[in-house]
Design a binder for this molecule. Structure first.
Ligand code: TXA
Ligand code: MG
Length: 336
């Protein structure tokens, strides 16, 4: 362990002992990493400014990128936020608990350190049983970004969290691999029409189907409304190159070239493209859900075994492709 380590970080399965330890740490202003159905989160008491500052320090996160707040499913959300439009109730009924974060007008109970001084706050009620156990055990609002160092690929196993944050936090709750694989959809519900600030597994189409309307701000009109989306993100520590699906030849040439120059090269692609390539493959799977679930896992596997990861655009025809491509384009450098 490096000499500036403050903690001998413990990784513990979720049981009564680890949950009571988590409660002890959170109550005394320390950080605990925990699993959700999307990625691992790095949590602190959302009403304790000093504790939240430790999240920004541990991650090296920019000071103007607000944190979302996690609640267990029986917590009274309306203690923390104001509901301005009735469609919110429909969304809650349809999608929560689940991978949907809604940005509301804050009542000011959540620390301004978490919201970076904004009048709004993002609230997430995760579906995962492990996250619910943790949130119920601590029984307080938990501010939590993804549990990685800033800019790096988000963690989907406790080992990934350990690799990034060992020595910086006292406890990681291990709930196995997160199956959602990409972060929650962030939806601004402070306007007459809900606006997607970051796409995820709850898609624009699904929201439209539930409440009639939904706007899409995180790619289609290039407006940056979610402060976090303007930063470099999700990058593995290997060199990367992102190819278009119709440029199999270019990608294969780049792979062969890399191998010739002594580099360990890997393709990262879905099954369909994989059949057309010759070489090592980090397989993302077939459906959009599988690909989302495998994306960070494969990137983090790749950075350990590859000098260069040669990736391909994803196009399954599902609305979830938008969320996947949003991550892939930030994680990987375009080849052309
Ligand atoms: O799935 C997830 O959402 C994971 C797990 C741990 O729950 N958490 C996560 O948090 O991805 P984070 O901090 O990495 O991303 C939160 C996103 C950022 O893009 C941030 O800028 C945006 O939500 N956000 C947070 N509060 C906001 C607010 N009040 N207004 C607009 N955007 C906000
Ligand atoms: Mg993140």
């Amino acid at each position: 362990m490096c000499s500036d380590s403050k903690f001998g970080t413990e990784v513990l399965g979720i049981d009564d002992y680890s949950l009571s330890l988590a409660k002890k740490y959170i109550s005394s202003g320390e950080l605990v990493a925990f699993p959700t159905e999307t990625v691992y989160g790095l949590g602190a008491n959302a009403t304790d400014g000093a504790a939240i500052k430790k999240i920004f320090a541990a991650k090296g996160r920019p000071q103007d990128n607000p944190l979302i707040v996690h609640l267990h499913k029986d917590y009274d959300v309306d203690k923390l936020v104001e509901v301005e439009y009735d469609y919110v109730y429909k969304l809650r009924e349809k999608f929560l608990p689940g991978p949907l974060t809604m940005v509301y007008k804050s009542k000011g109970i959540v620390s301004k350190v978490a919201t970076c001084g904004l009048e709004t706050v993002g609230i997430r009620i995760p579906r995962s049983e492990a996250a619910q156990k943790f949130l119920r055990a601590v029984d307080m609002p938990i501010a939590a970004p993804s549990a990685n160092v800033s800019k790096h690929t988000s963690p989907v196993t406790a080992a990934h969290v350990f690799d990034d944050l060992s020595g910086k936090i006292p406890l990681i709750l291990d709930g196995g691999k997160c199956d959602g694989g990409i972060e929650s959809t962030v939806l601004d519900v402070t306007h007459e029409v809900p606006v997607i600030l970051r796409s995820g597994l709850i898609t624009c189409e699904m929201i439209k189907e539930a409440v009639g309307e939904c706007e899409y701000s995180d790619g289609s009109d290039k407006k940056v409304r979610s402060p976090g989306t303007k930063y470099a993100h999700y990058m593995p520590r290997s060199e990367t190159a992102l190819y278009r699906r119709d440029d199999i030849k270019g990608a294969q040439e780049a792979y062969d070239e890399a191998v010739k120059s002594g580099k360990r090269a890997y393709f990262m692609c879905d099954e369909e493209i994989g059949k057309l390539l010759h070489g090592n493959i980090l397989n993302l799977g077939k459906t959009a859900e599988e690909i989302a679930s495998n994306l960070y896992y494969r990137l983090l596997e790749g950075e350990k075994i590859a000098d260069i990861i040669i990736a391909f655009d994803v196009e399954t025809g599902s609305d979830i492709d938008t969320g996947i491509m949003n991550r892939l384009e930030k994680a990987c450098k375009r080849a052309d």
